[in-house]
Design a protein around this ligand. Structure first.
Ligand SMILES: NC(=O)c1ccc[n+]([C@@H]2O[C@H](COP(=O)([O-])OP(=O)(O)OC[C@H]3O[C@@H](n4cnc5c(N)ncnc54)[C@H](O)[C@@H]3O)[C@@H](O)[C@H]2O)c1
Length: 450
């Protein structure tokens, strides 16, 4: 079957294209366009991509999309800030990448560069695939809109910062499945050959039952962007998004979700409850916003297994970013390393993995996504499980902020909505500094976090 006939079949079976039979006489691209569907529509097989959130990761993801074997073009950029659009445009055009027909692969005239809180709404209609790489607080609304417009999605983790956001992502994930939209989420360990192979073997029983484990993201801290004169509070928080929970969700969510997701993957389920401790030992200045610098959480699964999670940001200390799991027959750690092993308790390896020839998982995510789209295959539905792993991280934060045992259902149904009521440069976020510039910090035992 040719790619074209695959795509035609795909269109026929797509739930969204109820009117496709009526459009049968039109060329392929026009059919899809008139049906309001953003599938890979271009007659000449170009896959058009819009980048929403033109920072470090978004620009990297756009480069990876351009580096796939498919005929990908970046056609639109959207960011809250003009300078970020300009930086991304410069980085993406620097290499002068060209399509097979000699046209530039980065084709973004001035009228396809969009700026501001609504920029995403203008960029999404122009693309077949959207890359969502803003801070995670915006992911629910951006993902909802991309799915509403029938686009395939590559989006970064985490996918929300609070439970109302998670519920929106879960609903949009259902809609994406109904519309057969491919959705890949940047938890790249899920696309990393060593993890895939080792976790398949664990699921096949190589370590026996998994009865415990430890997941870590312990490292130094991240950047600050100094407050500027005349900057509004909204702009300050947007520039320093890492330190504000409505945007970031704290580092247990923003970074540690990678390792927490590996625990959920190994356990093939989500925790039923958790309790934890956390606070600010070194993160004490007013530039540090409202996030903690350490969280230690026990996640308990339905079979009674406890996985302990540790994340912390202390400069100049021991670092560890990986996972360790204990089974009844053996253990594993360091699955991200060049060589790793499932080890028996007798000290003999049960299986050794050499990652020497493995590709870059950030590239593999895009290679697999764009190959599926080009073939007209529906293969990826990552949003639901990443929403649940993001919810796991948020539940951990709820536990460390409150000091209470938090149960999955109460966490998922939490009505605490961190998002500002109005999104505008002169509007006020919910968390504001006191007269000395310090933001409110959660106090376990007092803070209501669920
Ligand atoms: N998978 C990974 O390993 C990995 C690595 C780094 C970052 N990330 C994730 O990627 C996302 C972005 O991180 P980053 O490091 O690129 O941050 P960044 O600050 O470099 O980029 C974020 C960009 O989004 C823009 N933005 C903010 N709000 C916006 C809005 N409402 N509409 C449009 N643009 C908006 C910002 O101005 C900024 O340019 C985060 O979710 C982060 O967790 C993932």
């Amino acid at each position: 079957m040719t790619n074209e006939s695959n795509r035609r079949d795909f269109l026929k079976t797509s739930g969204l294209l109820t009117g496709s039979a009526l459009l049968g006489g039109l060329p392929f691209g026009a059919q899809a366009e008139m049906a309001g569907y953003g599938y890979h529509t271009s007659a000449n097989d170009t896959i058009k991509v819009a980048l929403i959130g033109c920072g470090g990761r978004g620009t990297g993801a756009a480069q990876q999309a351009l580096s796939t074997k498919q005929n990908v073009k970046i056609v639109a950029l959207a960011d809250a800030f003009r300078d970020r659009v300009d930086d991304a445009y410069k980085a993406l055009t620097e290499r002068g990448a060209k399509a097979a027909d000699g046209t530039p692969k980065v084709d973004i005239p001035e009228d396809r560069k969009f700026v501001g809180f609504d920029a995403y709404k203008q960029a999404i209609p122009l693309a077949d695939v959207v890359i969502l790489a803003t801070p995670p607080g915006f992911r629910p609304s951006h993902f909802e809109e991309a799915v509403r417009q029938g686009k395939h999605v590559f989006m970064e983790k985490p996918v929300a910062t609070d439970a109302p956001g998670i519920r929106r992502v879960l609903a949009a994930a259902e809609e994406a499945k109904r519309k057969k939209l491919n959705v890949v989420v940047g938890l790249q360990r899920r696309y990393q050959p060593s993890y895939r192979e080792m976790i398949k073997r664990i699921h096949d029983g190589a370590l026996g039952d998994i009865v415990g484990g430890q997941v870590y993201w312990i490292s130094g801290g991240v950047w600050h962007k100094p407050r500027k004169p005349n900057q509004t509070e909204m702009e300050y928080q947007m520039r320093n998004w890492y330190y504000f929970n409505w945007l970031c969700g704290d580092h247990i969510n923003e970074q540690h979700v990678h390792n927490i997701d590996v625990a959920n993957w190994v356990k093939n389920s989500y925790p039923v409850s958790c309790q934890g401790t956390g606070g600010r030992q070194v993160r004490t200045s007013k530039e540090d916003g409202e996030i903690f610098d350490h969280h230690i959480v026990d996640f308990v699964y339905a079979d009674g297994t406890t996985i302990n999670s540790q994340c912390r940001h202390y400069e100049g200390t021991f670092s560890r970013v990986d996972e360790m799991f204990l089974g009844t027959k053996g253990k594993v750690e360091g699955m991200e390393k060049r060589t790793s092993a499932l080890m028996g308790y007798n000290g003999q390896p049960i299986h050794t993995y050499d990652a020497k020839a493995d590709g870059n998982p950030y590239q593999i995510e895009h290679d697999e996504l764009f190959a599926a789209i080009a073939k007209g295959d529906y293969k990826f539905a990552d949003a639901e499980r990443v929403a649940k792993s993001t919810m796991t991280a948020i539940m951990g934060r709820m536990a460390t902020y409150s000091g209470k045992v938090v149960k999955w259902d109460e966490a998922l149904n939490s009505q605490i909505d961190l998002f500002p009521t109005t999104l505008a440069w002169d509007a006020m976020p919910k968390s504001l500094p006191d007269k000395d510039g310090f933001y409110p910090i959660a106090v376990p035992g007092k803070t209501i976090a669920v």
